[in-house]
Design a protein around this ligand. Structure first.
Ligand code: CUA
Length: 356
């Protein structure tokens, strides 16, 4: 092949890889930029296991090269058979003991960390401290519900938590298996339909600032055609701001709508959407009845449908044809045709739903 062309190809390959891999290092998304106590512990384990693996590879490679050079067949020695060492006790013991030591170095911190990460006593304590923040996470095709049982409020898609303290999670799913994952803050955990998984995370304030105030959350279990679009966002706040947010949420009794177009939207909403979507954060219905995201603070959200930029245009796109945004979602087909006028009114109304 033409040498110039080959170089050029190699150059563009590296260029593309650089672009691609640079995308992996964002502070709001990367496990390699740990943003809390849990992520720190897990990152240390990753470093430890990677170092051990690299050490093994390097040592084996060095021995391999040494042996290939040192014991290669030389002129005049074509018929010489090297000293046979099979069954050597000394060698057998050496290459049995070394891996055992390496495994112990790996196992002790891993087991200790695993127990530490699984310690959810504080959340299951019947008389738990009222400052202990517990969130019930319920995963649905393809949206997330976050219920704060101690505060009596529910929100969807945007998880709000206090920084620099343990936040405990109850994880369940309402339809199929999903997996709750905030890559920068801690490893994933499955949400199941038949049992509750529990764990805790810490959201570091400094890391939150560095990430621009929002961490990205993902569904990490193949759950249907829109699995890859089942995103959520996390907004960690300093404790006093978090408390203020909770207060505001608790005080939303019903949406306050003044704009005339939004009022029209409210009328349409109350006719066709309210059966599934609640518009107040205090929702006393059992979870089976909560079949769609709570929209109480829809106007404050980070994204439309979890993935699109938060603006009226995208909201209209979603209302016009939800399947074009998230194939296989449960909202498509639940309401009749909306005219452009109705869509405008609904969008105005939904964007006006704010608590902040
Ligand atoms: Cu839910 Cu993948």
């Amino acid at each position: 092949m033409n040498k110039g062309l080959c170089n050029w190809r190699l150059f563009s390959l590296f260029g593309m890889m650089a672009l691609l891999l640079a995308g992996c290092g964002k502070p709001f998304l990367s496990t390699l930029q740990p943003a809390g106590e849990v992520a720190d512990m897990q990152y240390s384990l990753m470093l430890l296991s990677t170092s051990i693996m690299v050490l093994v590879i390097v040592v084996v490679a060095i021995i391999f090269v040494y042996v290939v050079i040192r014991f290669r067949r030389r002129k005049g020695e074509e018929n010489k058979i090297p000293k046979q060492v099979e069954g050597s006790h000394k060698l057998e013991i050496i290459w049995t003991v070394i891996p055992i030591i390496l495994l112990l170095i790996l196992a002790v911190p891993t087991v200790l960390t695993t127990f530490k990460l699984a310690d959810v006593k504080a959340m299951n304590d019947k008389k738990r401290d009222k400052d202990t923040v517990v969130v019930n996470v319920r995963a649905n095709q393809y949206w997330w519900e976050f219920e704060y049982p101690d505060y009596g409020i529910i929100t969807s898609q945007d998880l709000v938590v206090p920084t620099n303290e343990k936040v405990y999670f109850n994880l369940i799913a309402s339809d199929v298996k999903h997996s709750f994952w905030i890559p920068a803050v801690g490893g994933k955990m499955d949400t199941n339909t038949d049992n509750k998984n529990q764990f805790w995370l810490v959201f570091d304030q400094k890391a939150t600032d560095k990430a621009g105030g929002v961490f990205y959350g993902k569904c990490a279990e193949l759950c249907g055609p829109s699995h890859a679009l089942m995103d959520f966002k996390v907004r960690p706040l300093p404790r006093d701001q978090f408390d203020a947010w909770v207060k505001k949420m608790q005080n939303v009794k019903k949406p306050v709508v003044t704009d005339p177009v939004a009022k029209e939207g409210e009328a349409i909403f109350n006719k066709s959407c309210i059966g599934c979507h609640a518009v107040t954060p205090v929702d006393k219905r059992p979870e089976q009845a909560r079949t769609a995201p709570n929209l109480a603070n829809f106007g404050d959200r980070e994204r439309i449908a979890g993935i699109l930029e938060h603006n009226e245009e995208n909201l209209k796109k979603w209302l016009r044809d939800p399947n074009s945004v998230k194939p296989g979602n449960k909202m498509a087909g639940t309401y009749g045709h909306l005219t452009e006028e109705q869509i405008d009114a609904l969008a105005k109304y939904l964007m006006s739903l704010k608590v902040e």
